[in-house]
Design a protein around this ligand. Structure first.
Ligand SMILES: [Zn+2]
Length: 466
């Protein structure tokens, strides 16, 4: 018998390995945060310090949320029904001015709690570094405390081109390239770890100068790290890119030599055929965010065509003020159903959705050697799902039911790097009530400053008695 720290046994193990092996009565053995054995329970030759006997359960690789903004956990619902350009002007810039380390920390805790309870073990996070430099530190503190895996991008803008108001930037949010990169370096030094990677983000090809895109790209390549961007996100961006450059945003990125495996682009709703080819050839990652795209009427992204072209696609929620949940199960269901609306009911499958949300997302962020599947040598990031749920009946079709019911309620236990972060549906690192009450109090503080404290009642159609 070989020694292991922890063995999970008796559940159905979905490996997501290249052969997509599933062990109906399987085991996963973990030592020092890594998977050291996986297979049929009858073949398990590990002597574990701790054994978890699972019954009526499935074990899956942890979900990768390829795009979110964690601090937005406390600005949920404030900006509903605002077109994207209005949201940026009336919602995003004022919120950034009011965001401090303490409010960003509380917002991030709320979002992280929601992600973890959904079975998300890796989040790709975008947070502005300006105008309040300490705001992102609150997010990084929450991410560190959560002990979940994350790529945290420090978002910058520097373009003063306000020809198209939908693509303009607020002067006080702009910063210089040197300032931005020195902050990224500083934050990498303080918060970088096995679990947390701090990277630069040039928000977009229209809100950033070509110099910023080029220098951030050079930084990512030199450091062997990643870079993120919001690209081809809306019809406004598509039209303004055509006006400014005579081509699409992704073709523009190719001209700037910015595409490559270091880059993850969020949204990607409007890539043309040539751009899909460029993304695939350059191994650039894409986070497809179907629910956020629906909320902002941004268009139906060509997920099917991107997959056919061989683009590295994962799935993301976007932030809690632009989705509005952090529900990856809803995202998986929507991703497939939206393509069905384009190509007919035969398109896609629940299995495809689970692949995109695990190994697909890992590949999109260049972490597929470490996470995304349950294989020997990989990090032990996994989710245990309770199969005794009404929405999963009948048992014989549970993978389909898990995705197409769109309900995160079955997620019971979540491990990152072998550590239990959610146990029996409860967070292990934070008190549930403290997270919720802390988030509410921080939202109240921020909304008093932004003047949005009573915005909900102000727009409600109902007669409230206060
Ligand atoms: Zn975003």
């Amino acid at each position: 018998m070989r020694p292991a720290d922890l063995v999970l046994t008796g559940g159905t193990v979905v490996t997501m390995d290249a052969a997509r092996r599933v062990y109906q009565d399987g085991y996963v053995a973990i030592t020092n945060g890594r998977v050291v054995g996986v297979g049929a329970a009858r073949d398990c030759d590990f002597q574990a310090a701790v054994t978890r006997q699972l019954s009526d359960s499935a074990v899956l690789p942890g979900l990768v949320n390829g795009h979110t903004h964690l601090s937005n956990g406390i600005s949920r619902g404030l900006f509903d029904e605002l077109p994207l350009a209005d949201w940026v002007e009336r919602g995003m810039w004022p919120s950034l001015r009011a965001s401090r380390a303490d409010t960003a920390y509380e917002g991030a805790r709320v979002s992280l709690a929601e992600n973890l309870l959904n079975g998300v073990t890796t989040t790709v996070v975008g947070e502005f570094g300006s105008p309040n430099k300490d705001s992102i530190e609150g997010v990084l503190r929450a991410v560190t405390e959560s002990r979940s895996r994350s790529v945290v991008a420090r978002i910058s803008v520097d373009s003063a081109d306000d020809h198209d108001p939908s693509q303009a930037t607020a002067p006080d949010v702009r910063e210089s390239i040197d300032e931005a990169l020195s902050e990224v370096r500083r934050l990498r030094g303080i918060f970088g770890s096995d679990l947390v990677e701090v990277v630069p983000e040039a928000l977009g090809v229209l809100r950033c100068t070509p110099q910023m895109v080029r220098e951030f790209t050079a930084f990512a390549r030199a450091e062997g790290t990643r870079m993120t961007m919001h690209v081809a996100s809306s019809p406004d961006e598509r039209d303004e890119a055509l006006r400014r450059f005579g081509k699409g945003s992704i073709e523009r990125l190719a001209d700037l030599d910015a595409l490559g495996p270091h880059l993850l682009i969020a949204h990607c709703v409007w890539p043309n055929e040539n751009e899909r080819k460029l993304l695939a050839e350059s191994l650039t990652g894409v986070s497809h965010n179907p629910v956020a795209n629906l909320m902002y009427a941004s268009g139906l992204a060509p997920l099917a065509e991107m997959i056919d072209a061989g683009v590295r696609v994962g799935l993301g929620t976007d932030g809690a003020s632009t989705n509005n949940g952090q529900n990856m199960w809803e995202v998986m269901k929507s991703a497939i159903f939206l393509q069905k609306s384009r190509f007919g009911a035969a398109w896609g499958s629940a299995e495809l959705a689970l692949e995109l949300a695990t190994i697909g997302g890992a590949r999109a962020i260049g972490l597929d050697e470490q996470i995304g599947s349950l294989e020997v040598g990989k990090r032990a990031d996994l989710v245990v799902v309770d199969l005794l749920r009404p929405h999963l009946v009948p048992r014989s079709t549970w993978p389909s039911n898990l995705v197409y019911s769109g309900n995160p309620d079955a997620v019971r236990t979540v491990l990152v790097e072998g550590e239990v972060l959610v146990d029996e549906g409860r967070l292990t690192m934070w008190d549930h009530e403290e997270v919720v009450r802390g988030g509410d109090a921080a939202a109240e503080r921020m909304n008093v400053e932004t003047g949005l404290a009573h915005s909900y009642h102000g727009r409600s159609r109902w007669s409230w008695d206060d």
